[in-house]
Design a protein around this ligand. Sequence first.
Ligand SMILES: [Cu+2]
Length: 500
Amino acid sequence: MSLARRLPNGTAGLFGLAVVWLAATAHIGSPDVYFKGLAGPYEVGVVVRPPGVVPGQVDVVVQVKDAVDRVTVQPVYWETSTGGAPQPDLAQPVAGEPGTYATRLWLMTTGSYSIAVAIRGARGMGAVNIPVLSTATRELPMSRALGACLLVLGAFLVFGLLSIIGAGSREATLDPGAPVDARRRMRARVAMGSGAAIFALALLGGNAWWRSSARDYQRIIYVPPANTARIVDSAGQRVLHLTITARDWLDRKETPLVPDHGKLVHLFLVRAPGMDAFAHLHPVTRDSNDFRVAVPPLPPGTYRLYADIVHQSGFAETLVDTLAIAGDAPASFAPTDSDDSWVTAGARGDDTRVALADGSTMTWDRGDTAIVANQIAPLHFTVRTPDGRAAVLQPYMGMASHAMITRDDASVFVHLHPMGTIAMAAQSLFDRRQGIDTSRATPSTMSMRDTALPDTVSFPYAFPKPGHYRLWVQVRRSGKVLTGTFDATVREAAPPRERS
Ligand SMILES: [Cu+2]
């Protein structure tokens, strides 16, 4: 008898709580957007730093390899596209950093935006869409000094007004020099008393208004869609059921999912706390709520679960959960998707050269300098054949490589590619809505499954905070997906230099 076995999943709530407010967007705890690629004929690198509040200002930094005339950026909301977007902003050259342009833009509402970067130079016009998410992830606190200042000013106003009312009702109609009688004094006290009552009511009303707008804001603070994850025995296979239970999703208030590099969901499992087992799976669905995937022969334990999805609006987000995998792996395992992959590997320490499953090696060329938080990290990896020659790589799901990075405490999880942290599906949705031909900008390797790619892959990324991280770098060689596992210790950024 095949018994559907529900595994304990009690830690899910706790884990969810721990990561909820760090969950920024498509990635967990890593809201900044990095892109490297082409804007028409120009090679560009773009960094977008969302503010975490809505409305809020994003910082946009564009680096162009060639000398160009002008760089403009424009925030484009997915629903209104360029027709409803504000005029493009001229990005200003950054002093002392040739080829670098920066500006700050307002994002007025929550949801999926694109930062449309346009470049004009000797080689004509070039444009590229950088999808960003405008989400409220935090509440800005009021500083004590500002609070105290407002309190003093408010008290001054109220007492000033009360004394004007008092003086007015006592002496306004009094002849100069005439004494103030008891009746007038009484009248002034009554006027001041009623004035104070009116001000108290106004203050109470103001306080209620303040609190209700704070509550409204709290309602737009982003939380990943609610979901459940459990393992079910199905015909001798362990099958993971991931179900989206979020009300807005079930009520069809959100735009449907679109495949990102060919898959509706990219699901990652990381064994906690050692991060010593990892899987990259692609669940399938029949009803768009319930996603299922066969679980590879992973060792038992508690796993952190991350599921990347992209909506038709371009909104890319990550579902978060924990999953208990118990007992030995069943004898049979048939992958749900031929691109599913997994690996088990313990701590790597400072190892920069690891053996891959087919005997080839992957080397992390990270140089001798320390990796520092919020500075572009040297994420360059080279694959050599077992006899030490440059390996010929093939696209894995349309990409030269995929890298997954997580912090040991689960506060960070990112999934990125040589083009950066953006979801390619979101980018092509914006391109299509704006009628941009990007066939040159982002050559799709999807259709070229067996294209020969160089042996080195690089990722534009900066670790968001100091700490211990694990990286899984995936490439495809001779039709086989290979995963290199590395560890990284990231240092605190040096305090900024004093500006004179
Ligand atoms: Cu990927």
